[in-house]
Ligand binder design. Structure first.
Ligand SMILES: NC(=O)NCCC(=O)O
Ligand SMILES: [Zn+2]
Ligand SMILES: [Zn+2]
Length: 491
């Protein structure tokens, strides 16, 4: 591993040659979600101060030559689990190691999921504030809702109005742990709507998964293959359809996390014909060797999901980075139900999406920026502070060399895990430089990060997915109040 952390010794920020608060990135192709041009980018005090050709600067400015390379907004990973207590253990990457790995892979912000403590949102929030104190890059929080009562309802309001959270996740799976039923989901959807917060769902039918697991055990299938067999695509499709319909019934936007099957994507595509406010995240769709939920499907699903991403049925890619080491995975050696669910991805996402989608010609470079950064910033209402190379935006920037190549290995990655689901994968396009809030934190294969330098980014409610919701409501109410025309025969 190329970075070291406290106790092992890491290069302190402020050490030369990375100390300049003024940086000029010269001659690269600057890419935003809808535009690209050859230009220089000038950064001062953590903010992008100018984007135009031929910027002249003095000697005190660090100059990075980006000729022939792409200068793009740093990635924003909408879905991670750092230091999460889950399935009788805790994810191996904390807010320092996970974020350091992210920066080495060109991601400069992530949104993690606060898990309530015994249902208490405020206790959960405080616990995550503590965990995140060692952060070395910017981060935001979603929050899971795992039970329902007046206190939860009141605390959701506090989270949105005072704590900078604008999204809540409802798990329709993990029966007996995080799972919620339809009654709770409906209460949650209504509350989300009233607060302008985005409802997110983990869409698998948890009762049916439980039944599927029982079936596998009865058949004597206890190995990891039992995991996928116990939760087939139809259960993802069912829960996706149900969540979409219930969100439609309440008339509130919905974000479906980790879409893993054609069944789920078809439901989303159908919903798109009728409504336009279903946000989706496509988790890393490449190869998975370990257990996670929903599980890896046969290759046809992966190809179809790539197609969904390139045609706009799916909008963005998150990793669901939820890493465990091989000892933790071995908890389920005799029973697949005990294997902690989750895999890595926070460091690999930017490279894999580039190679799989751009290098293969499935999407453009501007699409790449939209899918890996801008759309996430827009959905979670922090655009254009994040997700753009514009004057006034945070200087979270990557320089990607399309002619260089990357290789993934568990021995050289920056996660603390001793395994990597993408081990051995190589491809074209390499993030050579990462700039986080105006500091060069990754260059020449070296990380330069310090715990405590990352900041919490508050995300305001009523993002763009809420546009038009009130008009739909008032039209619906007027239609109900309109006098009913009766024919002579029935009057
Ligand atoms: N996805 C997974 O396997 N683990 C993380 C928890 C979740 O997002 O469902
Ligand atoms: Zn999930
Ligand atoms: Zn997750």
């Amino acid at each position: 591993s190329q970075f070291c952390e406290a106790g092992i010794g890491y290069r302190q920020c402020g050490a030369s040659p990375y100390s300049s608060s003024k940086i000029l990135i010269k001659g690269g192709t600057v890419v935003n979600a809808h535009h690209q041009e050859i230009a220089d980018v000038y950064v001062e005090d953590g903010i992008i101060a100018a984007v135009k050709p031929n910027i002249k600067v003095g000697d005190e400015v660090t100059v990075l030559d980006a000729t022939g390379k792409f200068v793009m907004p740093g990635g924003i990973d909408p879905h991670t689990h750092l230091a999460m207590e889950f399935m009788a253990t805790e994810t191996i990457d904390d807010f320092f190691s996970g974020q350091a790995a992210a920066l080495a892979g060109g991601t400069t912000m992530h949104i993690d999921f606060v898990i309530p403590v015994q249902g208490s949102l405020s206790s959960g929030f405080e616990a995550y504030v503590e965990k995140a104190k060692k952060s070395c890059m910017d981060y935001g929080f979603h929050m899971a809702i795992t039970k329902w009562d007046e206190t939860v309802s009141r605390e959701m309001e506090i989270m949105v109005k005072e704590k900078g959270i604008n999204s809540f996740k409802f798990f329709l799976a993990y029966k007996g742990a995080l799972m919620v039923n339809d009654e709770l989901l409906l209460e949650g959807l209504k509350k989300c709507k009233s607060l302008g917060a985005l409802a997110m769902v983990h869409a698998e039918n948890g009762d049916a998964v439980f039944e599927g697991q029982k079936r596998m055990i009865e058949l004597g299938i206890t190995g990891p293959e039992g995991h996928a067999l116990s939760r087939p695509p139809v259960l993802e499709g069912e829960a996706t359809a149900r969540a979409i319909r219930l969100a439609g019934f309440v008339n509130t936007p919905l974000y479906i996390v980790h879409v893993m099957s054609i069944d789920a994507m078809d439901e989303i595509a159908n919903a798109r014909k009728a409504v336009s406010n279903v946000g989706e995240e496509l988790r890393s769709f490449l190869c998975f060797r370990f257990v996670m939920s929903p599980p890896i499907r046969t290759s046809g699903h992966g190809k179809a999901l790539q197609g969904g991403l390139s045609t706009g049925i799916l909008q963005l890619v998150g990793t669901d980075h939820c890493a465990f080491n091989s000892t933790q995975k071995a908890f389920g050696i005799d029973d697949f139900r005990k294997i902690p669910n989750g895999v890595n991805g926070i460091e690999e996402r930017m490279h894999l999406v580039w190679d799989t989608m751009v290098e293969s010609g499935q999407i453009s470079v501007t699409d790449y920026v939209r899918i890996t950064s801008t759309e996430c910033a827009r959905i979670f209402n922090i655009y254009p502070r994040k997700g753009a190379i514009l004057v006034g935006s945070d200087a979270d920037i990557i320089i990607l060399n399309p002619n260089s190549s990357f290789g993934i290995s568990a021995t050289s990655h920056h996660s603390r895990s001793d395994t990597n689901v993408f081990d051995g994968r190589t491809g074209k396009g390499k993030v050579e430089v990462t700039i986080s809030k105006g500091r060069v934190v990754w260059e020449n294969g070296q990380l330069n990060v310090a715990p405590g330098s990352g900041k919490y980014i508050e995300m305001p409610p009523f993002g763009y997915l809420f546009d038009g919701i009130d008009k739909v409501d008032s039209n619906y109410l007027s239609s109900l109040r309109a006098p009913v025309k009766r024919s002579k025969a029935t009057s």
